[in-house]
Every structure is written in structure tokens, then in C-alpha cells.
Design a protein around this ligand. Structure first.
Ligand code: PLP
Ligand code: COI
Length: 344
């Protein structure tokens, strides 16, 4: 059945699942990737002993397509997501999808669902969710022989309901998300399962999300639940260097953009106490874009750090957000070659 778009309000779209017309799939069998298949079935039929279900042999990605001011639809840094999925696949011993296969599937799933790409001007985007899973039935702990790479799309609004508005965050003291040399640097579902309880705790206490400290010493800022962290100090963009955080493509892009705009960039361990020295702090990611932070509370150490006037985003976050989203929505020239127009 065709999804009815008549009643969709692009302006108030949540960041959540809705059905669209098609998904694309590619199986890895007998040591090779097959053809890209198009499906309108939202279910996948897999073996009850599939390695993804029991031993978490799976990984996912998240990227977006944007309708520009000129009406063209652009993908943002799709090859970066492809390479990160390759790192994920290598870390948990899955078949590694070629970058070109990943990019082709992303273009295809956007094209097939073009009526779901939100029009320009509403701040909404088409979120693309690639998922790689181990299919073969296994009972012993070992990697599967067969894999499925699937991509579906959903039109989305901002991850945090208010959009580009400062949020309150809580330091996660009771739970870690990932360990050094564990799987924190790749995008496996287990990292998110590990974050659910601390997220629940934070939400119940009125915070929008959590900030994790490094699991080994609990001295340094790691990252936020679904996004990286950065702070602004004078003319400097400071972001954590850590063995347990996901290398965010948004963060990497913002570092390049910040340098381009004349800021200094420091990527280094960020001691917890340094939270007191930033003029602005924010989380950044595909879903979160730039979400400024107005308050960080550590309920265990009983410490609160506040930023700005408590209502508006700070000037550096605003400058970065405006320039970054102007590139994504084709409002200004893309000096970095980050965007690719999709041939619809
Ligand atoms: N950190 C975590 C744990 C994430 O889930 C994400 C989202 O993908 C990010 C950071 C941000 O990464 P990116 O900017 O590539 O979306
Ligand atoms: C993203 O930003 O793409 C994410 O994956 C974050 C989240 C929704 C898990």
C-alpha cells in the first residue's frame, strides 16, 4: 500500500520511524556480494539462530539527504559513512561492503523514495539508515558466512525536539558506554544497548541525554549518547581524543569548517574539570546536527556547569551551525566537496 503524504507536516516531523515506499538490499553469499535488490517489504525473514541476533554481529550507519534551495537533492559525505561501516565490519568480523556498493545503494534508496525527501525550507531531511547483519545460523561464538546489507529511509525533523536550542545534559556516572579497545570506535548496536539505561536515568531526571566519561579513569570527557562533544574556549574548538568514541563525520567536518572560519582546533583528551572553562559546549552528529548545551550536571560530584544565557545558542555554535547547514542545503557553495547531487 502506498504511503499517503498528504497529511505530513514537514515542519513538525519528529526523529522517528515511518514507512516509506522501498528499501534496498544486498546479500553476501559464497564469498561475494550479489546484486542490489529493491523491496517494499518492511520485514526481513532471518534464521532464529542468525549471528546478529545472538552475538550482536551487526552494525549500522546514519546519513542524510537534503533538498537544497535550488531544488536539487544532495547526499552528504556518503563515502565517509561507507568507510566507517567498513571499519565496523572489520571490527566484528563481518563481510566488508565495498565503498561503491554502499554509495550506490544510498543513491538508489533516495531515488526510489524521492517523494519522501522533505522539501527545502522546513529544516527536515531524509535520514538514511544502512544496516549490516550476520545471517548464518550459529550457536558457537563465531562469525557468520552470510550477510545482508539493507538500507531504508525516513523523513525526519530534529533529533532533539527543540532543534537548534540549548539542552541540559547529565554526566553518566553509573554506566559506561564503551571501553578503550572495545567497540566504542565503531557503530555496533551493542554500544547503544549499553547506553539505554543511562539514557533512561537521565531522561527521568529531566535531561535530554548523557555525557560519558572515559571508562578507564573517569577523568576525561568521551562523548554524548548519540553524538560527539565539543567545547569552545576563546578562539578554539576543543574536542576529545579518545580510544572509545565514535569518529563522528559531523565533528570531522566541523573541525575543517572551524579552521576554514579562522578558529583553532584542538583534538586532545579533555579533562572533566575543563567543562568549567568553556564559553560554549555542544553535541554534534548527523541526527543531532549541532545541539548546543546550556547546562551539564554531574549528580554524583554535585557539580553544575552552565553556558550562555540559558536560552540562546552561543555565537560560535551559531556561526558553525549556520555555515554547516547552508552547505548541506545548497544555500552556499560547498568549498570542501562534501556534497553530491543525487540524480533523481
Ligand atoms: N557518536 C555516536 C555514539 C553516534 O551514534 C553518532 C551518530 O552517528 C555520532 C557520534 C555522530 O556521528 P556522525 O556525525 O558521523 O553522525
Ligand atoms: C546518527 O546521528 O546518525 C545516529 O546514528 C545517532 C542515533 C540516532 C543513533
Amino acid at each position: 500500500m502506498q504511503v499517503d503524504l498528504k497529511n505530513v507536516d514537514w515542519k513538525t516531523l519528529p526523529f522517528g520511524y515511518t514507512d516509506t515506499d522501498y528499501n534496498v538490499r544486498c546479500y553476501y553469499r559464497n564469498g561475494q556480494w550479489g546484486e542490489i535488490e529493491v523491496s517494499s517489504d518492511t520485514n526481513i525473514n532471518i534464521h532464529m539462530a542468525a549471528s546478529c541476533l545472538h552475538y550482536g554481529q551487526e552494525g549500522f550507519e546514519g546519513l542524510k539527504a537534503y533538498t537544497g534551495k535550488d531544488g536539487k537533492v544532495r547526499l552528504f559525505r556518503v563515502e565517509e559513512n561507507a568507510r566507517r561501516m567498513q571499519n565496523t565490519a572489520n571490527r566484528v568480523l563481518m563481510a566488508v561492503p565495498p565503498v561503491e556498493l554502499f554509495a550506490e545503494m544510498a543513491r538508489k534508496v533516495v531515488k526510489l523514495n524521492k517523494r519522501f525527501v522533505p522539501p527545502y525550507g522546513f529544516g527536515a531531511t531524509l535520514y538514511i539508515r544502512p544496516l549490516l547483519i550476520g545471517l548464518s545460523p550459529e550457536v558457537g561464538v563465531k562469525p557468520a558466512d552470510e550477510y545482508l546489507l539493507i538500507m531504508f529511509v525516513v523523513p525526519v525533523g530534529p533529533y532533539f525536539k527543540a532543534g537548534f536550542k540549548p539542552v541540559d545534559m547529565m554526566i553518566s556516572r553509573n554506566f559506561d558506554r564503551a571501553a578503550p579497545q572495545g567497540t566504542g570506535t565503531v557503530k555496533v548496536g551493542g554500544n547503544y544497548a549499553a547506553s539505554l539505561l543511562s539514557l533512561k536515568e537521565a531522561k527521568e531526571m529531566g535531561y535530554s541525554s548523557t555525557i560519558y566519561l572515559d571508562a578507564k579513569e573517569k577523568k576525561y570527557i568521551d562523548e554524548c549518547g548519540p553524538a560527539n562533544f565539543f567545547g569552545i574556549k576563546g578562539n578554539t574548538y576543543v574536542t576529545p581524543l579518545s580510544e572509545s568514541i565514535l569518529p563522528s563525520i559531523t565533528n570531522k567536518s566541523l573541525q575543517q569548517l572551524a579552521e576554514h572560519l579562522g578558529y583553532t582546533v584542538e583534538k586532545r583528551p579533555v579533562p572533566f574539570e575543563e567543562l568549567a572553562e568553556f564559553s560554549e559546549t555542544a553535541e554534534c552528529g548527523t541526527a543531532a546536527v549541532i545541539t548546543p548545551i546550556k547546562k551539564i550536571v554531574d549528580p554524583v560530584a554535585n557539580k553544575t556547569f552552565t553556558y550562555g544565557d540559558g536560552v540562546n545558542p552561543g555565537p560560535v555554535c551559531t556561526k558553525l551551525y549556520e555555515t554547516y547547514t547552508a552547505i548541506q542545503f545548497g544555500e552556499m557553495e560547498d568549498p570542501f566537496g562534501w556534497t553530491e547531487v543525487v540524480d533523481l
